[in-house]
Design a binder for this molecule. Structure first.
Ligand code: AHR
Length: 502
């Protein structure tokens, strides 16, 4: 099928926010233990961090990491994880029915984040805890000196404050599964009180209030509206969480998951803006899309309630093995996030290692890139400058979930400093290649193809494994050129591509 659009450097959405390329490390399964941290592993450094994983995290282009949960955080006592490791308690983690040894805590994680070169977004426990504990962990992290908790940090060997700027005011407290689950009224009040107290300590903080845990929650948008009635003035962001999977083999709908993400963002923005208007506020909240990914959630739910009486340490939990189709969907979700850069300025793919993650490891063994690693790494590397408005003309196809959806989706960025123009595009059609033409005459220079990558495969279910880690990679696009100011590319069925022109 034929598809086309025009790019113009003056039709911009917003600057590319580096924080769009965030990730998430939760004390869950093997994300921390035998994921980022494994003393004794052949590549481990003096602090016990796996060097092979650190190298992959840098290659992935992660800018920010949300930590330490997730559902885990709603029962977590941060002070268990500081001081001499031998004195730290082992605790039950009710969220994932496992034991937390607390070998990794704030100081270890901050050291790892420094090595990985990522900003930390710290999630507070507003499930079993409240304002005082939030103030305490903030004091430990960020207060310069003399106070009891700042001195404790110094005694633990960290002289300077960490300067963590972003804090999440709890996690998914609308969910009945959450330890300390609350009504919107209860949570809105606690979030507002915590935010105001934190701001009295440090006015420049950027604070994220919990939106709904999913757009399928019966209280979706009602929760946002009620929470924001109380907390609007005290916070800067509202969170969004979304996971996608093929349901009953419906690949056509799965490939259109970004249509749902677009709708989700539109609904949360509309709700937040309507509360702002009602409150006569001139302030505008942005979205922190701080959990998103493909997750075979139904498989996980089917295995719940096994009646197990075990409390394992770092068990294998939701170690989803990602396919070509999953990678194409991840690429398309990144397109959606970039398209909304005017309001979505923080996003975290959940999670980073082993647990629904782009990076997998074996204890004592290899680390490798899952299929979904590739679109993330390439988009993070190439999306620079300003996001450009893109209006593709293309056919639609029918889906059971979303009705008629465009067969092609795209976004583009323009870096005025380097002159780079990059197009990110997905062909969702399952049997037809797309013949794409893009008019690029408006940039005042003759553009050429500098690099072009396509991820596609005849086998949509092909995966990468420890034994075959590069079965699925992005390869140079077979058929792409620019002539007379028009980019022409042939995009295979079910494919994700990125084309950089300069
Ligand atoms: O990322 C896995 C889990 O999904 C997180 O702990 C929780 O916040 C969400 O429901």
């Amino acid at each position: 099928f034929a598809a086309s659009f025009s790019l113009d450097p003056s039709f911009t959405v917003a600057p590319v926010s580096r924080r769009t390329f965030g990730s998430f490390v939760e004390h869950m399964g093997r994300c921390v233990y035998t994921g980022i941290y494994e003393p004794g592993h052949p590549t481990a450094d003096a602090d016990g961090f796996r060097g092979d994983v650190l190298a992959l995290v840098r290659e992935l282009g992660v800018s920010l990491v949300r930590y330490p949960g997730g559902n885990f955080v709603s029962g977590y006592r941060w002070e268990d994880g500081i001081g001499p490791v031998a004195d730290r308690p082992v605790r039950r983690d009710l969220a994932w029915r496992s034991l937390e040894t607390n070998e990794v805590g704030i100081d270890e994680f901050m050291r790892w984040a420094g090595k990985a070169g990522v900003e930390v977004m710290y999630a507070l426990n507003l499930g079993t805890r409240g304002v005082q504990e939030a103030l305490d962990v903030h004091e430990y992290l960020n207060h310069p000196d003399r106070t009891r908790l700042a001195e404790r940090r110094r005694a633990n060997g960290v002289e300077k404050p960490y300067g963590v700027r972003m804090f999440c005011l709890g996690n998914e407290l609308d969910g009945p599964w959450q330890t300390g689950h609350k009504t919107a009224q209860e949570y809105g009040r606690l979030a507002a009180q915590t935010a105001r107290a934190l701001r009295s300590a440090e006015p420049e903080l950027e604070l994220v209030v919990c939106g709904s845990s999913s757009s399928s929650m019966p209280t979706f948008v009602a929760w946002e509206a009620e929470v924001l009635e109380t907390a609007y003035d005290a916070v800067d962001y509202i969170s969004a969480h979304a996971y996608y999977e093929p349901v009953d083999g419906d690949m056509a709908s799965f490939l259109a998951s970004a249509v749902d993400m677009d709708h989700f963002v539109g609904s949360v923005v509309a709700t937040a803006d309507s509360v702002g208007a009602r409150l006569k506020s001139t302030k505008r909240l942005n979205i922190s899309f701080d959990e998103w990914n493909v997750w075979y959630l139904r498989d996980f739910q089917d295995r719940l309630d096994t009646g197990s009486t075990e409390w394992p340490v770092a068990p294998r939990v939701i170690e989803d093995c990602y396919s070509v189709a999953d990678a194409v969907v991840v690429g398309s979700l990144l397109i959606s996030l970039l398209r909304h850069s005017d309001r979505v300025t923080v996003a975290c793919q959940a999670q980073l290692v082993n647990v629904i993650a782009p990076i997998r490891t074996e204890p004592g063994g290899a680390a490798w890139r899952q299929t979904i690693f590739h679109p993330f790494a390439i988009t993070s590397r190439l999306a620079r400058g300003e996001v450009l408005r893109v209006e593709p003309r293309c056919p639609t196809y029918e889906t059971a979930r979303y009705g008629a959806v465009p067969a092609l989706d795209a976004v583009a960025t323009h870096d005025a400093d380097t002159g780079d123009v990059t197009v990110f595009v997905v062909n969702r059609h399952q049997s037809q290649a797309a013949t794409l033409t893009v008019a690029v005459t408006g940039f005042g220079v003759e553009l050429r193809v500098a690099e072009s990558w396509t991820l596609a495969d005849d086998d949509l279910l092909a995966v990468n494994t420890a034994d075959c880690p590069d079965r699925v990679v992005a390869r140079p696009t077979a058929d792409v050129e620019v002539t007379d100011g028009v980019l022409r590319a042939t995009l295979p069925p079910v494919s994700w591509s990125a084309v950089r022109l300069c």
